[in-house]
Design a protein around this ligand. Sequence first.
Ligand SMILES: [Zn+2]
Ligand SMILES: [Zn+2]
Length: 233
Amino acid sequence: MSAATGWRSRTENADGTVRVDDDSLPWLRWRLADDIHRRLYHDIGAEVSPGVADGPGDYPIGTPHCRQGDRPLGVLEPMDQWLDGVTPPLGGWSEFRRWSFDRLEVASWPTRRHLGCFHRRGKARYDLMFQLCVALQAGSPASPAGPIWAVDGSGRAATDMITMLDGLDVVVPADVPARFLAVRCCGRPLAALRTDGPVYTHHGGVEAGELFVAGAGVDDLAVAVRRLARHEH
Ligand SMILES: [Zn+2]
Ligand SMILES: [Zn+2]
C-alpha cells in the first residue's frame, strides 16, 4: 500500500467523501498534519507535534526550529473533539482540508525572513519523519491507530525510548525542542526518528533521509526500519 493510497483509503470512502468513523479518526488528524507540513514546514517551519505524553492528546502546532522563535500557531485536537458540535463539509478531502485550515487560520501563519533557518535546510526532514512515523504505526497489527510521540530530553518522554537511544550513544538534548518522533509496536519501542534523517532502533540506526534522497519511498523506509528492528509482522 503506497503512502498516498494509504491516506485515501483510511480517510475517504470509495466515492471520495470524507470517512468519519472510529477507525478513520486518528488518520484524519495525521493527514491534516501531513498537509500542514507539505505546505508550511519548509516555508515557515510549522511542525504539528504529537506531544511527549501518551494518549490521544492535543497536537500543538508551532515553529520550534525557526530562528524567529517558536510561534504557537494553534492546536489540532483529537478529531472527535475537532468535529464535535460543528457541521464540517465531508464531500471531499480538499474541501474538508480548506475548512479545517480555515478554522486554524493557517492563511495567517506565513512570515518572511527565514533565510538561514533550520527548516529551510535540505536535511530538515520533520515532514518526512512524521510520514514515516505514521507508516510504521500503520504496520502495527495490535493498535494500528495508536499514538505516536515526540521525544525530548525533559524526562517526560517514555523512559524505555530514552534507554534505547542511550544504548546507541544517541544524545537526547535537554532544554531544546524535541528532535525525535517515536513509535512503539507490541508495547515496546520500535523506532525513534530524528528530524534530520537518522532512524534508531534497538538494533542500530539507518539514514532514512539519505535513503529517501536515493529514491526510497516512505513505505520502503518503513519496511527497512522494521527489518532493522527485527520487528516484522
Ligand atoms: Zn524560520
Ligand atoms: Zn509489533
